[in-house]
Design a protein around this ligand. Structure first.
Ligand SMILES: *[C@@H]1O[C@H](CO)[C@@H](O)[C@H](O)[C@H]1NC(C)=O
Ligand SMILES: [Cu+2]
Length: 143
């Protein structure tokens, strides 16, 4: 009886208090320099799983105005950098990050000194009316 009670307490303590949604983002589908979808709107506690399908890419947070290349480690707070993920050897790596705020986060690939980013390999997390994905993409192509 005593053992049963302890096991119950441990199980409850280990369970997450809030189960967020997961947002699936493909990276490099069809060999393209692209994330899909290009905009997601997660809440705090949600997760984002990047699945790297081709080539070698990263998903790295950067700035809205000067996107390319994103810096190693990504732009924060609330930023991230999946580092380079190699999908050329028959596996499709997954990297999952947890969303810690609802501020806009601008994501691009840091491969090839920003060449993938300038080719349009970008996506937005929680863009706003003032800062849109379309303008971020335009900034990336111009940077
Ligand atoms: C990544 O996730 C996809 C989709 O769930 C899965 O098919 C693939 O096997 C995963 N990759 C690895 C390396 O586990
Ligand atoms: Cu890339």
């Amino acid at each position: 009886m005593r053992f049963t009670s302890l096991a119950t307490v441990v199980a409850v303590a280990a369970a997450p208090l809030v189960q967020g949604a997961n947002w699936a983002v493909s990276v490099g589908a069809g060999n393209a320099f692209a994330f899909s979808p290009t905009t997601i709107t997660p809440a705090v506690g949600d997760t984002v799983t990047f699945t790297f399908l081709t080539r070698i890419h990263s998903a790295t947070t950067t700035t809205f105005t000067s996107p390319c290349p994103p810096p190693v480690g990504g732009v924060g707070p609330g930023g991230f950098d999946t580092d380079f993920q190699d999908a050329t050897t028959g596996t499709t790596p997954n990297v999952t990050i947890t969303i810690t705020d609802t501020n806009p986060h601008w994501v691009s690939c840091r491969q090839a000194a920003g060449a993938h980013c300038r080719a349009g390999m970008t996506m937005a997390i929680n863009p706003t009316a003032a800062q849109t994905y379309e303008q971020f993409l335009a900034n990336a192509k111009a940077s």
